[in-house]
Design a protein around this ligand. Sequence first.
Ligand code: S3P
Length: 177
Amino acid sequence: MNPIFLIGYMGSGKSTLGRALSSATGLQLIDLDHYIEARFRMSITDIFARHGEAEFRRLERAMLSEVSHFENVIVACGGGTPCHFDNMELMNSRGTTVMLDASVGRLFERLKVGRRKRPLIASLTDAELLSHITAALQSRLPFYSKAQHTFPADRLDDAEQIAESVQAFITRFITES
Ligand code: S3P
């Protein structure tokens, strides 16, 4: 099976759903941020701080290109992965792309507690975070909407919701492929 790429904004549940799908199906999860961190032995925060975003995007593209050749994997991308170079075209040509679609309200709630490891939002106040999410979604939508499929991602916040989402995802994208 060619890779399934999970894309979507920070906090849309790519890693959460990816982990649950991996344990339900036995497909290997590749979390692109973790893959980059392991390869360069540096946290995403340190890569941004020491080398800048442009260098991070270059590394991200190189690692995306590498993993896109793997078989039987789910790739949880970073929120910005689709928006640089021709990364969407690359993913669409190598596998199945699924955009996780979460509302601004859910993203805000999740990122309020999960912003520290994310350099682009780490220093924002709550009010700034909310307007940042709204603006970033607007500007990223043209890239995200190149995904072949959209999957609802508001309900990924407890074990029961995750289990239901996993079943729905498997039925739509894995059983039939
Ligand atoms: C980013 C999202 C992050 C990570 C980096 C940049 C973005 O991944 O790749 O901090 O530009 O949206 P997550 O979406 O997994 O948080």
